[in-house]
Design a protein around this ligand. Structure first.
Ligand SMILES: Cc1cc2nc3c(=O)[nH]c(=O)nc-3n(C[C@H](O)[C@H](O)[C@H](O)COP(=O)(O)OP(=O)(O)OC[C@H]3O[C@@H](n4cnc5c(N)ncnc54)[C@H](O)[C@@H]3O)c2cc1C
Ligand code: SF4
Length: 338
């Protein structure tokens, strides 16, 4: 058992003050990832700042027709929110493809963005891991790397980002709102998570003294032609080997706009403007989807145990875009259970 202090933030300004005062402190929201990491001795915060009672649990419509989701809205509440189900069903499906009903009840929107990789070596403090201990080496690079990255990886780290929700948020071009000692700012979703480069210890561009306050969705939700397709080792309660969020705007079978994001393949949700702009103006058919798959996977590189993911991802892209075009999204694996 490690020693740590506990403090409860009374409001956002108090949370920022508390975190800025102690660089080794951590916020705790639902605790479903952080507490596990503390039990495994991976995270050793000197202080937990409990933000779970801050008034950041509302889903509100914005003036420009979008939606502002408070950082403490539980994953279950978000997935089953009537506006999300109606206008952003891709997000609802992605959330329900993750974890279990119990976990989704606890997990928060902000915590989901900031959950850490599921690389086995990151969790095993007996092994070298540059993300856990910068400069110690990457055990996965030449170790068991079946679930690891095929895109955007570096010699320093080949981990993947595990979230399902974030894949849909990337496709919907969400923004992350943050508050810190220097004020408030909005971060486009594509700039929120980072590739590992030579600083794999940093998962995101959020500063350590900032708190996520909300996620904002623009008006466009691709509610007619969308899917979230997740391929995993078990049908539930497993992280993605490969997933895809796809959204299409179609006019008489021709693609006016396309969004395509892969999960389970990189250190961040993987989106490639070349694949999306290629699809624009094309007839929605298998030939176009296959070429889009080739484009989004152009730089893919397999390791000893995960090269199968390249072909798997290619098939996932074609199937996801086909489901989106036909308006037959992957059925939700979960009935309304809490
Ligand atoms: C067994 C298991 C299976 C799972 N399967 C899946 C899955 O298939 N797909 C999937 O997407 N997820 C899965 N999850 C992950 C789960 O979704 C995350 O654990 C959860 O979303 C984290 O949210 P939380 O509120 O509990 O975060 P916490 O554990 O409280 O926090 C996580 C991190 O975020 C930071 N943090 C939290 N809120 C804020 C904030 N507002 N501002 C700044 N920092 C913040 C904390 O300091 C901490 O570093 C699984 C988890 C478990 C335990
Ligand atoms: S892949 Fe990243 S998280 Fe996994 S062992 Fe290597 S450095 Fe650590």
């Amino acid at each position: 058992m490690i020693d740590f202090e506990y403090a409860r933030a009374t409001n956002v300004a108090d949370a920022v003050r508390l975190i800025a005062a102690d660089p080794r402190a951590k916020f705790v929201a639902g605790g479903t990832n952080l507490i596990d990491l503390m039990k495994e001795d991976v995270e050793r915060p000197t202080r937990l700042i409990d933000i779970s009672r801050l008034p950041l649990n509302k889903v509100e419509e914005t003036a420009d027709g979008g939606l502002r989701i408070g950082a403490l809205v539980p994953n279950s509440d978000l997935a089953y929110h009537p506006i999300i189900e109606r206008r952003y069903p891709m997000l609802s499906c992605a959330i329900l493809a993750g974890a279990s009903a119990q976990l989704r009840n606890m997990a928060s929107t902000g915590g989901n963005l900031l959950q850490r990789t599921r690389c086995y070596y990151f969790y095993d403090i007996a092994t070298s891991c540059n993300k856990r201990e910068p400069g110690s080496g990457c055990s996965a690079l030449n170790g068991v790397n079946r679930m690891h990255a095929i895109l955007g990886a570096s010699e320093a780290c080949v981990a993947t980002h595990p979230s399902d929700m974030c894949v849909a948020l990337a496709a919907l071009e969400a923004k992350v709102h943050a508050a810190g000692p220097r004020g408030e700012r909005a971060i486009p979703f594509a700039d929120f998570h980072r590739l590992p480069g030579d600083t794999p210890q940093r998962d995101t561009n959020l500063n350590p003294d900032e708190i996520v306050t909300a996620v904002e969705l623009p008006a466009k939700g691709f509610s007619k032609n969308y899917t979230y397709l997740k391929i995993r080792d078990r049908l539930s309660y497993a992280f993605a080997l490969v997933s895809a969020a796809a959204g299409l705007e179609l006019h008489s079978g021709v693609i006016k706009e396309a969004r395509l994001v892969l999960g389970g393949v990189a250190h961040k949700p993987w989106r490639d403007p070349a694949a999306e702009s290629f699809l624009r103006g094309k007839t929605a058919n298998e030939a176009a989807f296959t070429q889009a798959a080739d484009l989004i996977l152009a730089g893919a590189k397999g390791l000893a145990h995960n090269a199968f993911k390249i072909d798997l991802a290619r098939r996932v892209v074609v199937r996801a875009l086909t489901q989106a075009a036909q308006g037959t999204p992957q059925s939700r694996s979960d009935k309304k259970i809490r």
